[in-house]
Design a protein around this ligand. Structure first.
Ligand code: ADP
Length: 232
């Protein structure tokens, strides 16, 4: 990853600097392709960990609400660029601090949301987190990512979690990708004790969802009253 990060960093510096008008398009290609290459390398590195069952999950306290805000914020630009609506509802986790692997949950949500945006050309993408059960020390949450995109044919739905699977060659040509995102996400969700599921109708969009029981870090409930940004 180090040489790729150097390429991306230098490209970004060049992009902010003076360049000839005729070089703009080439710089954009360089930026886009090097970032895409880094995504592929990350997926392949993660996939090799998964094959060897070497992925270790952290068990640290983190603020789930803040994580969800971060995830959503990263997608505001891409959603606006495609003229889609971004719907969110995660009031159920207000101020909630849980134990677990923040980075890996971020990765799963990123994967699912970027797919939702990639395969949707009009309508909305939605991230919702509902509380199914609360106990003194743990909480069971259902995470769902819904879109109004192209959907997935029933006979293909159980294959999409396979490694390197893309529904057809046209998808690869049109949307790119490695076909590894869902295999990696499923592996992480299973390691966290859940199961990633899909419900979809071709032409009617898709809903990806998983349920996790998380240990609540009770002593660390946020005690600072911060204004909570409300999304429509
Ligand atoms: P990638 O997105 O890199 O192709 P994934 O493993 O994330 O790989 O997804 C595998 C395939 O599942 C995609 O290529 C696509 O055909 C299908 N897919 C995933 N998410 C969606 C979605 N939200 N809507 C329609 N098809 C999807």
């Amino acid at each position: 990853r180090t040489p790729l990060n150097a390429i991306i960093g230098s490209t970004n510096l060049l992009y902010q600097d003076h360049y000839l008008d005729s070089q703009k398009q080439m710089l954009e290609i360089l930026k886009h392709s090097s970032e895409h290459m880094l995504e592929l390398v990350n997926d392949i590195l993660d996939y090799s960990k998964l094959e060897a069952d070497k992925m270790e999950l952290a068990n640290e306290p983190y603020n789930l609400q803040e994580l969800l805000h971060k995830v959503v914020t990263n997608f505001r630009g891409p959603v606006a660029a495609k003229n889609l609506e971004l719907r969110t509802n995660f009031d159920a986790v207000n101020g909630l601090v849980v134990m677990g692997d923040e980075m890996r949950l971020h990765q799963v949500l990123n994967n699912l949301l970027s797919n939702a945006i990639k395969f949707t050309s009009e309508g909305y993408v939605q991230l919702e987190v509902k509380s199914l059960m609360k106990r003194s020390t743990n909480i069971t949450l259902c995470f769902s990512i819904e879109d109004t995109g192209i959907g997935i044919a029933p006979e293909k739905q159980h294959h999409i979690f396979d490694k390197f699977y893309q529904t057809d060659a046209e998808t690869t040509r049109k949307y790119g990708g490695s076909g590894l995102g869902l295999a990696i996400s499923q592996y992480i969700v299973q390691k966290m004790g859940g199961e990633l599921k899909v419900d979809s109708k071709p032409g009617n969009g898709s809903v990806f969802s998983f349920t996790l029981t998380m240990t609540v870090e009770a002593t660390r409930y946020s005690y600072i009253e911060e204004p909570v940004t409300k999304f429509e």
